[in-house]
Structure formats: C-alpha cells, structure tokens
Design a protein around this ligand. Structure first.
Ligand code: FES
Length: 99
C-alpha cells in the first residue's frame, strides 16, 4: 500500500522487534511509519469486535495507531520514534491496566 520514494529508502537502519520478530526500520521513522514500511497496515484490534485498525492521520489525532511499545500499551505509534531494540507489539483489545 505504501512505498518509500527511492531517494528516501537509503540511510541508516534500526533493529527492533515487531510481534516478537526481528525487523529493521529506517532511522528517524516513527513506529507507525516503520510498520507501514514493513507491509503491515494494522496496529491494533478493537476491544469490542476485534476489528483491525491502522494508522490513519499520522499526526496524533485519530488514535487508530495504538500499539504496545516496550511493554506499555496505548502508545500512539505515529508519535513515537523507532529506537534500537524497541519491542513493538500489536495491541489486542483495550490496554491492560498496569501497562
Ligand atoms: S495515526 Fe492517528 S493518532 Fe496515530
């Protein structure tokens, strides 16, 4: 669905995990951009129906990009810059209290 412009594809990479799988992103990307670049379009599943939701606004307004990042749920993936070693997980339902 999304594809980088060729001139934007080069550059340093950052290693992180997505749902436990080792992957890489371009340094400077947000978590949402990294997820899109990996070919995924869903970040979470809703609490009521389990329907998949993915980043929409990419600017912190819609809250459809909520993910669990480094063990903390309800993080807006479009506002968090990817970092080396980060553990990013699909959020299933609502955030678990204490995360
Ligand atoms: S994509 Fe809308 S808040 Fe993150």
């Amino acid at each position: 669905m999304f594809q980088r412009l060729p001139e934007a594809a080069a550059g340093a990479t950052v290693a992180f995990t997505l749902d436990g799988q080792p992957v890489t992103a371009r340094a400077g990307d947000t978590v949402a951009a990294a997820v899109f670049a990996l070919g995924r379009d869903a970040c979470r599943q809703t609490a009521v129906t389990g329907a998949e939701r993915g980043p929409y606004c990419m600017m912190g307004v819609c809250f459809d990009c909520l993910m669990t990042i480094d063990g903390i749920g309800n993080r807006q993936a479009c506002l968090v810059r990817i970092a080396p070693g980060m553990a990013v997980e699909t959020q299933h339902g609502k955030r678990v209290v204490g995360q």
